[in-house]
Structure formats: C-alpha cells, structure tokens
Design a protein around this ligand. Structure first.
Ligand code: NDP
Length: 292
C-alpha cells in the first residue's frame, strides 16, 4: 500500500486565499482591517523564523501585522504592560506571545493576561475551558489545522478510533478535545503509556505530537490509517541539517492510508489557522457573522 500524501502546503495556501478574500470584503463593506500583534522575547533562532513567517503571511492576506521584539531580559512587569496596551488597542484583534518565553517569565501568567477574545493561539485558560466544554472558543492553531486536514480527507470522523501521542497543552490535549468533539473515540498516549505501538495500531487516526524524531514507525500504524505528523525536529543526516517529523515517513507511508509529510504537512497549516483565528476574532469583536 502507498499512502495518499495529505498536502498541507497546498491546503494552507487555499485557507490563506479564503482569509484574504474575506479580509478584502471586511475592508470594502465595513472599513475594517484585522490586526495581529506578535510578541517575541529574546532571540531564539527558531522563534525568530516563525515570527518572521507569521508577519509576512499576515501582510500577504491584507491584515495589519505588528511585531514587538523585546530583549531577553525584559521584566515581567514590562511584558504585562505591553499586553495590557495591546488588549486596549482597537486596531489589534489578535495577540500572540511566541513561546517558549525566557525562564524568568511566568508563561501561564503572561498568556492569561491576554484578553481571551484576542487570544488567537487559544492558550488562555478561558479558551481552554470553553473548548473543553464544547463552547465557542479560540482553538489552538496547530490542532485546528490538523482537524481541518482530517475533515477534508476523511469527511465525517464520528465513531473513528483516534490516538493522540503527546499530552502537551498546546498540541496533544486540544487535539484530543477537538477529536472528541467530532465524536471520535479518543486515546491520549504519552511517555508512560504501556506498549505504545499496540495502542497506536488501534487507531484509525493517529496523531504524533511527541518531539522525538521518526519515533513512530510503520509498526505503530494500522493498515489504512490516517497519520498526522505534528513533529518538527532538526537532525543531522549525511552531513546536512534535515527537518523530520515524529513519524518515520517511509515505513509509516508503506502501511498508512494517508499521511502528512514533514515539511509541508501540519507546519504550514498552523500559520494559516492563526490568520483564520485573527479574522474570526475581528468578526466577533465587531458583531459580524463568523467566517466559515
Ligand atoms: P512537548 O514536549 O510539550 O510534549 C511532548 C509529548 O510527547 C509529551 O506529552 C510527552 O509525554 C510525549 N512523549 C515524549 N516522549 C515519548 C515517548 N517516548 N513515548 C510516548 N510519548 C512521549 O511537545 P509539543 O506538544 O510542544 O510538540 C510536539 C511536537 O510537535 C514537537 O516536535 C514540536 O516541534 C512539534 N510542534 C509542531 C508545530 C507545528 O506547527 N507543526 C507546533 C507545535 C509543536 P509526557 O507528558 O509523559 O512527558
């Protein structure tokens, strides 16, 4: 069997195209321009790349992009003051604080200081609670992108067995909540799970969010399953730096029915969903119908 490749890059381009159309309509019909503020503390190289890509794509869909790059020794009080100012700024509809933050800053405190209506990452405890109780929330971008690809590929997900490997607050847990919301039978696996391969082989939908390069091999995959690889790992191979997922692509693709590649799978969908969330926040803020 050769798995169908779920092309996240092409999917994300379509989502960005739809967002751009709706942004243009908001501007023409209501004189509104959605604005996204991204706050980066310190100089983590990977974070700088992500923030750069976010800013570029925000502008490309016609939104206002504001970047605040703060020194690594920024005090918590100064960061909280900036967030309070962004919360009060009517031109800003989405606020994203790039994680991880330097260790002297309390990430929970910082994230929970964002106005939940502007929390386009969906990490504020209010949004976590709303998602967990099936209410209208801001949904974290990476799991939202995974869900969009799963829906597009599989149609209805109801009744399917889903295994999410990883229980982080930013990927694993919200992914599991979303799949539960689709009426999947959901298992969350983690580092203490016994016989992980056997657990994974029960999955019609297998989501890998582990942070371990190529750990999920074909032995973990049920024939015909849909495999979503969230992992982004930089490894050295053949003297070069390569980007690989948490799934061993070659062996998994030989067993799976469909699979996302790395790069070009979940990654591009994350930023596309960030833009979609910013548009949603702008519509909600102004009492307009939400984009579909
Ligand atoms: P975390 O490190 O926060 O969580 C990893 C999870 O994997 C933990 O729950 C951990 O279990 C579990 N785990 C670790 N080792 C094993 C193991 N041997 N067997 C089973 N479970 C294990 O990572 P994130 O959720 O933040 O990210 C996961 C991956 O997704 C990373 O590769 C990251 O780079 C990538 N990522 C990609 C994004 C994108 O846009 N595509 C966005 C965000 C993340 P335990 O809780 O027991 O420790």
């Amino acid at each position: 069997m050769t798995a169908t490749v779920i092309d996240g890059k092409a999917f994300a381009a379509r989502v960005r195209g739809q967002v751009a159309e709706q942004v243009a309509r908001l501007k023409a019909e209501h004189g509104l321009v959605p604005g996204l503020a991204v706050v980066l503390v310190g100089e983590d190289p990977a974070s700088q790349v992500y923030v750069g890509a976010k800013g570029k794509q925000t502008v490309e869909v016609g939104m206002i992009s504001v970047e605040h790059k703060l020194p690594v020794d920024t005090s918590e009080a100064d960061l909280l003051a900036l967030i309070a100012a962004l919360n009060a700024d009517a031109k800003i509809h989405g606020i994203l604080v790039q994680l991880p933050l330097p260790s002297h800053l309390n990430s929970d405190l910082v994230i929970n200081s964002i106005d939940p209506a502007k929390d386009v990452d969906g990490f504020h405890i209010s949004n976590v609670g709303l998602l967990g109780t099936g209410q209208k929330a801001m949904v974290p971008c990476t799991p939202l992108g995974c869900l969009m690809m799963l829906r597009a590929h599989l149609g209805k997900l109801s009744g399917l067995n889903a295994v999410v490997v990883g229980r982080s607050n930013i990927v694993g847990k919200p992914m599991a909540q979303l799949l539960l919301g689709e009426s999947c039978t959901v298992t969350i696996a983690h580092s203490r799970t016994r016989d992980l391969a056997a657990v994974c082989r029960g999955a019609d939908i297998l989501v890998a969010a582990v942070g371990r390069p190529e750990m999920i091999t074909g032995d973990y995959v049920k024939p015909g399953a849909t495999v979503i690889d969230v992992g982004i790992n930089r490894i050295q191979r053949d003297g070069k730096t390569r980007l690989v997922g948490d799934v061993d692509y070659a062996s998994a693709a030989a067993v799976a029915g469909a699979i996302t590649p790395v790069p070009g799978g979940v990654g591009p969908m994350t930023i596309a969903c960030l833009l979609a969330n910013t548009l949603t926040a702008c519509c909600r803020e102004n009492g307009l119908p939400e984009p579909v």
